[in-house]
Every structure is written in C-alpha cells, then in structure tokens.
Write a new protein. Structure first.
Length: 319
C-alpha cells in the first residue's frame, strides 16, 4: 500500500503537461527535435524539460526515492542498475509517443511507474490532450475514467484477437502454430500509453482515435523498456491479466529490450506463446536483437551478436 495519495502524482503530471508539454505541442521548432538512435527514435526539448521537472516533484512526494527516466538512460545507460537497489524507483517516460508529439498528433502521453525490488507498486498513464489518467496500484486495482478495469475473459485461441508487433507479421504468416490461431491487429506501431488503455477499455481516448475494440492480448518480438511497459503491465495484472516474456518468465521491469506477451491470465499467455513459437524462432534467426546493458546471454555470432534466449519449450514456471 502506498503511503501517499496517488493523485499527487497525477497532479504533478498535469502540472508539467500544462507548463511544458502542451505549450510545445504543435509549436516545436526544428532545432528542438533531434534523433537518439535513428530517425524513428526522437527526443524533443519537451521530453528533456518534462523529465527534468518531474524528477524533483516525484522525489518530494516520496522522500528517499530515486528516478530512472528515459532521457536519463539515453545519456547514461549505467543508471539502469538502480532497479536492483533498495530504494523505491520512479520510472518516467516524459513523453511516450514522441514521434506523434513532434508531428502535432494527439497520440502521446506521460507514463510513470513506481518500483521497488523489481516489483511494480503503482503506475500512471496520462493523456495530456484529454486529461484522462489510468491509475493502477498493486493490490487495489486499475481505474480509468472512474471505472475499475477488467481484461476480456480468456477464451479459445481462435476467439481471441489482439495486437501483434510488426517484426512478427511476416513470420506468423509463414510459420503459424498448430491449429487455428488468434486474430491479429497488424498495425506497425503501437504507442504504449495508448495500447494498454485500449486493451483494457476499448474506449476511444481522443478525437480521431482509430483504436480497435477491446483486445485480448498484445505480443511483441522485442523492444520492451521499463518506462514503456511497467505501468501498463501493472494495470493489466490488477485487471486480471498477466505479462510474460518468451521464456515464460513473468515480466519484471529489469527485462530490458525483451519481447512480451500480455493476455488475460498466465494460461492464456502460455497458449499464445506456444502457438507463436514457430514464428518467433523464424524471426529470431533473421534479426540481431540488441540488449542494453550488455547481458551474459549475448554471445558472438556471425555479423554481430545474436540474442540466444530460451523459447517457449522451456519448462513452464508457476504463475
């Protein structure tokens, strides 16, 4: 149980949104937008300033806490190690969906999670354009627009539908699992602040929102970051769902750059993992999967380093 009011965090996000983020929305100059790792990985002056201002605000709410921000990690990847420490950690994505934000589109937000000993204690997903906030608290549920959230009921695979990461689109066509599989939304980009809310509610979040109806699952090949996923994972768990990686391990915030399978419960995650394993294996042989920071699971391979994780034939873990 938190020893502060979760609304304090929501208010901090709103304040930074009003003072920094929204004034820059549709008002950015070109020199205020830059690339981090490439043209699809952008950062703006609003990202940097929002993280800068949120840091002391959150630490004042919870004295003794530390902060892990997306832009801080971009500058110093070594700070990811604080997830293993004893202090509570605020994980900040100052602007999730920076590419949309930079284009003046509405599909962006701020995500914050509170973690201790790699356990997610609370999460906030805030949409600045509408002012809506999804709030999840460990043991107390997840809420959005005044309603307690529940995942869709688990069902047989052919009756399930959900989002599939772009790197698996072609492999799942060529290497489907045994029997009839689920139905996939194959859009190439899913913003975390949007997809988790859509998965849990099916509600339209902003004018012009093209979200599909409420979905059973979300599957990605790789790329999970704690600032993107920790808050959404807690919301799913508090709503009756579960999230695992491709080794069947339950998601933890320190699972950097892994792929994830989110579904209505551990058994549903396993069904999806089993059915998608042929596609995942095929995709894995064709792509170099970077890990950051370097992991012992990286081993030399021709042309670079290839990620050799276990797959879904690993002995199941207890949920």
């Amino acid at each position: 149980m938190l020893n502060f009011n979760p609304e304090q965090v929501t208010n901090a996000i709103r304040e930074v949104g009003q003072n920094i983020i929204l004034p820059r929305w549709r008002n950015l100059q070109q020199h205020e937008i830059s690339e981090k790792t490439g043209p699809h990985d952008l950062v703006t002056i609003a990202d940097k300033e929002a993280e800068r201002d949120l840091t002391p605000m959150l630490q004042n709410i919870l004295p003794g806490s530390v902060v892990l921000g997306e832009e801080g990690v971009a500058a110093d990847p070594g700070i990811l190690g604080i997830l293993q420490g004893k202090d509570p950690v605020w994980i900040i994505d100052p602007i999730d969906g920076t590419g949309h934000f930079a284009k003046g589109e509405e599909d962006f937000g701020t995500i914050i999670a509170l973690v201790r000993h790699n356990e997610i204690l609370a999460g906030w997903i805030h949409h600045h354009v509408t002012g809506d906030t999804l709030i999840a608290e460990h043991g107390a549920g997840a809420y959005f627009r005044g309603e307690k959230l529940r995942v869709l009921a688990a069902s047989a695979l052919p009756e399930m539908h959900g989002a599939l990461g772009g790197r698996l689109h072609d492999p799942v066509e060529r290497y489907p699992g045994a029997g009839e599989g689920p139905k996939f939304d194959r859009r190439k980009s899913f913003v975390s602040c949007h997809i988790y809310v859509a998965m849990l509610t099916g509600q339209k979040i902003f004018p012009g929102d093209r979200s599909p109806p409420q979905q059973h699952f979300r599957v990605t090949m790789m790329g999970s970051k704690p600032w993107d996923d920790a808050a959404g994972v807690l919301a799913l768990r508090e709503s009756g769902g579960e999230v695992i990686d491709w080794t069947r391990e339950r998601y933890r915030p320190d699972m950097y750059n892994t792929g994830i399978i989110a579904a209505p419960g551990y058994d549903a995650c396993l069904k999806l993992c089993d059915w998608l394993t042929p596609a995942y294996r095929a995709a894995k042989t064709r792509i170099i999967i970077p890990q950051h920071p370097p992991s012992p699971s990286l081993s030399p391979a021709s042309g670079g380093e290839e990620y050799h994780s276990a797959d879904c034939n690993k002995r199941p873990l207890s949920p």
